[in-house]
Design a protein around this ligand. Structure first.
Ligand code: IPE
Ligand code: IPE
Ligand code: MG
Length: 257
């Protein structure tokens, strides 16, 4: 699997929509929540696989701003499960040299205990540089753009000085590179409000595999397919290395706000 990859052209940033947990469980006669539980093994296998091939940045969609519409029991389970997972796994991620970050709205619906654990994990791992694991929690791409626009307006910048860079540097994590590759599992062919701004030129990969069955070999297959793509960014020839284009490098920064 790994042998099929060009390790000099690994995507710098891979983003995953970890979808299909509920259906995976239901197809086995289990409650949906067992699918979320089973998704943990997939996530940590993918993290290990990403570390092995030198991916710099991995962003995973854990809870969307729309997921609050689910039954209260499932929402409560997801909050508690994420708290529990952070507590159990943060030290292991830290030992692996992973820097943990979060993107999303820190609103009052997210339990305080979970917000505290998020802060602890960020703090514990902030000096790590081997890979950044960015967890999208209470994340919505439209909400992120709205929040950036609010910040632009409150900065008082004059409209004619607003550029793409003005918005990009006000996203939840301005250091996040644009995803090179977005993977969505479970046979759904949509973005569901994930990283809308940054995904303008991401390569998209969809698989029928449900998230709880997804493993590093599936990640490597997605990257193999990615490496066959021709990323043109609107031009006629491929970008030189086909990877690692950041917002800052594609838009002209002219000292605007
Ligand atoms: C993804 O799996 C996890 C979250 C959205 C939290 P789902 O829970 O969406 O599973 P399906 O898509 O209903 O099978
Ligand atoms: C997207 O999956 C959100 C996460 C994986 C956290 P959903 O299951 O919520 O998306 P839709 O509802 O199928 O579009
Ligand atoms: Mg789903």
């Amino acid at each position: 699997m790994i042998a099929a990859l060009d390790l000099d052209r690994v995507p710098a940033h891979v983003a995953c929509v970890m979808d299909g947990n509920g259906r995976w469980a239901q197809s086995r006669g289990l409650p949906r929540t067992e699918g979320h539980r089973a998704g943990e093994e997939a996530l940590f296998d993918v993290v290990e696989g990403a570390l092995d091939i030198g991916i710099d940045w991995l962003t995973v969609y854990a809870f969307s701003t729309e997921n609050w519409r689910r039954p209260a029991d499932e929402v409560r389970f997801l909050m508690e499960f994420n708290e529990d997972m952070l507590l159990r796994r943060r030290d292991e991620l830290h030992q692996r040299g992973v820097r943990i970050r979060f993107v999303g709205r820190r609103d009052e619906r997210v339990p305080k205990r979970l917000l505290g654990l998020m802060d602890d994990a960020i703090c514990l791992t902030e000096r790590n540089r081997r890979m950044t694991l960015s967890i999208a929690f209470n994340y919505g791409g439209r909400a992120e753009i709205v929040d950036a626009v609010r910040s632009v307006v409150s900065s008082g910048i004059s409209p004619d000085r607003i550029t793409e860079h003005t918005i990009a540097r006000r996203l939840y994590d301005p250091e996040m590179p644009e995803p090179d590759l977005m993977i969505r599992t479970s046979g759904e062919y949509r973005t569901s409000n994930f990283l809308l701004w940054g995904m303008a030129y991401s390569e998209l990969y969809f698989t029928e595999t449900a998230w709880p069955d997804f493993r590093r070999c599936d990640l490597y297959e997605a990257i193999r397919v990615y490496q066959e793509r021709d990323r043109r960014f609107g031009q006629l020839a491929s970008a030189p290395n086909g990877s690692a284009v950041t917002t800052a490098s594609v838009v002209t920064s002219n000292g605007d706000g």
